[in-house]
Structure formats: C-alpha cells, structure tokens
Write a protein that binds this ligand. Structure first.
Ligand code: MD6
Ligand code: FE
Length: 208
C-alpha cells in the first residue's frame, strides 16, 4: 500500500479528519477486489429500519461483529449474517493497516460495515452510537463514485458538506465521534473503479 504524507489534510471539525486520496489507484483496486470476494460469502442486503422502511443502501459486514437492523430487533451488532446465518468474512489486512495508522495502533477494529450505494441511494443524518465504547474512533474508506457527505455537531445546529472521493479516508474521533452525518447523494459517473458505477464505503469500528 502506498503511504501518503503523514497527518490529515483537512480537519473541518475538531476530530473529524479527512485524508483525500489516501489510497492510490492500485490500493483501491486491490481493496475493491478483496471486498468483492468477501461479499461472495456475505451477500449485501437491504436492512429494514425499526420503523419498517427498507434502507436505500445495501449492506454487509466484515469482521467478528456486524451491524444489522431489522423491524423486530432494532439496530445492533451480531456475529452472523442475518440471511445466511454464517460468520462474517475477515477484515482485509489493508484495512487493518489503515486503522493502525490513523485510528488506534493498540486496539484493532472488530467490525467493518460495508455500505453499497447505487446511483440513487442515500443515507440520512445519523450518529454512530450502537458501539459499546463511544470514545473509540470510527474510520471509513470510500471507493467508487464521489459522495456528498453532510456533517454537523452532535448537539445539532448547522451542517456543512464535503466530497468523499474514491480512495479518501475519514476519521470520526474525539469531539467529532458523535457528530451527525449522512450521505446526501452521489455524483454519478465520477469514478470508473466499480463496474456499473455506484459507491462502496467501508466503516471500521470497535463495536464490542
Ligand atoms: C458513508 N458513512 O460514507 C456513510 N459513519 O457511506 C458513515 O455513516 C460514517 O463515513 C461513521 C464514520 C465515518 C463514516
Ligand atoms: Fe455513520
């Protein structure tokens, strides 16, 4: 994996750090291929919110724990795929290296949520708060089409947006760990990494 210069290029809120183009083209292709293989045994599905609404983003997970949602159980982490009943595939080493470099060298992640966006998919404003330790950082990697990422302080108030392009790495840590964030929309045709377009976002956490 090619290393970019140390330190985030942007920190638009204290603790919200962005490394644009952190993964070069070869690393992006390698990660795409590793995730594609893993999704062969953990097929993406559309979770249903506790209110009964199917999400527009398709999801799967990698690692010991996976984030799931359904009508009866709400939002939670579990060790198995809800449809196949099998354990989630392992987190690729490239992602574990990124975590060690940018999030926490001492405690590895135990969950990686895989979000797959078709051209019209979006994700509403939310906070990541289903993890046992809400002080552990969350690190995400984006692949494929650029997304408009909206974010604002945890307490509410005005939001801003930034673009997440293929190869970008984003960290929510410290005072930004509970910031509100979501994906307004994709910029279709902005990347040729994924056949057919769309976007893949991989979010590493310490969940348990
Ligand atoms: C996405 N990302 O980029 C959605 N959460 O598709 C997230 O919800 C997210 O990027 C926590 C930390 C980083 C993220
Ligand atoms: Fe999130």
């Amino acid at each position: 994996m090619t290393e970019s210069p140390a330190g985030p290029a942007l920190e638009p809120l204290p603790g919200l750090k962005l490394w644009p183009g952190r993964l070069d083209a070869a690393a992006q292709a390698a990660l795409r291929d590793a995730v594609r293989v893993a999704l062969g045994t953990a097929p993406p599905y559309r979770p249903v919110t506790p209110c009964g609404r199917p999400m527009s983003v398709r999801m799967s997970n990698l690692g010991p724990l996976g984030w799931v949602a359904d009508r009866s159980g709400g939002y939670r982490y579990q060790q198995t795929h809800p449809a196949t009943g099998r354990p989630w595939p392992p987190i690729p080493p490239l992602l574990l290296d990124l975590w060690a470099n940018h999030a926490d060298p001492d405690r590895p992640p135990d969950a990686c949520l895989v979000n797959l966006y078709g051209t019209d998919a979006r994700m509403g404003l939310h906070q990541d708060r289903d993890e046992a330790d809400l002080t552990a950082p969350v690190l995400s990697v984006s692949l494929g089409d650029t997304a408009l990422f909206r974010f604002g302080p945890a307490e509410g108030g005005p939001t801003r947006s930034l673009r997440l392009a293929s190869g970008d790495v984003l960290l929510l840590s410290g005072p930004a760990r509970l910031c509100r964030h979501g994906i307004d929309r994709l910029l279709p045709g902005s990347s040729r990494l994924l056949p057919g377009g769309g976007r893949l976002n991989l979010t590493l956490r310490r969940a348990g």
